[in-house]
Design a protein around this ligand. Structure first.
Ligand code: SAH
Length: 216
């Protein structure tokens, strides 16, 4: 597909998949209009980049449907220069979206090859400030904690304690929690060492594998 067709598809995606379903944060919409999702999709499925669906990114993992990425981003309530931790870099697309809206992004990926892919996808799309690191994200990222917001883009069996602990007061954690097939998308807000939990909707993510997640 030619570059200008991707641009048209991107605008259509924002209108029909995001705005019509209630995504209304101007910053989030602006990010989706500007970050080229096609750069984060493997060549052979690139023509489906703006489909209303998840897509494979290799190694048995998937990039989420655009709407879910937008919803989770909006739920994080990012302010400029917020320090944000992402667990599950995958393609790097979610990290690039967060970076576009002004977050300082640390993204942890357990699969070495995907870490490399996420890193080069972000760099090629001009997001050179995103730090992609290899590791078990269920442990959080102690060296750079605390975080204003944490987003987990894989399905967890329960909320990992280290992630709650590594939030600032007022921090937000968005995480899918449930079985390995179906989860509830939760937003947890830390307020004076208490945690307020909201259930947002049902969702389906690949499993979060690690010490405070599913075992391999
Ligand atoms: N956010 C990604 C999609 C993530 S798919 C994107 O925008 O493309 C989920 C990713 O989580 C997979 O790449 C998987 O390898 C990774 N993952 C699963 N468990 C993990 C863990 N404990 N730590 C870090 N990454 C993990």
């Amino acid at each position: 597909m030619k570059e200008n067709n991707f641009e048209q598809s991107r605008r259509d995606m924002v209108e029909t998949q995001l705005k019509r379903r209630g995504i209304d944060s101007p910053k989030v919409l602006e990010a989706f209009l500007n970050v080229p999702r096609e750069n984060f999709i493997p060549e052979k499925s690139r023509k489906y980049a703006y489909n209303d669906s998840p897509l494979p990114v290799g190694y048995g993992q998937t990039i989420s449907q655009p709407y879910i990425v937008a919803l989770m981003t909006q739920l994080l309530e990012i302010k400029k220069n917020d320090k944000v931790l992402e667990i599950g870099s995958g393609s790097g697309y979610q990290a690039a979206i967060l970076s576009f809206i002004g977050a300082k992004v640390f993204s942890v990926e357990r699969i070495k090859e995907l870490r490399e892919i996420a890193r080069s996808n972000c760099e090629n799309a001009g997001f050179t400030d995103v730090a992609v690191v290899e590791g078990d994200g269920t442990l959080g990222f102690k060296g750079h904690a605390p975080f204003d917001a944490i987003i987990v883009t894989a399905g967890a069996p329960f909320v990992p304690d280290p992630l709650k602990e590594q939030l600032v007061d007022g921090g937000r954690l968005v995480i899918p929690v449930g079985s390995s097939f179906f989860q509830d998308l939760l937003r947890i807000r830390k307020i004076k060492n208490k945690y307020e939990e909201e259930r947002i909707c049902g969702c389906m993510f690949v499993p979060l594998i690690g010490k405070h997640g599913w075992s391999n």
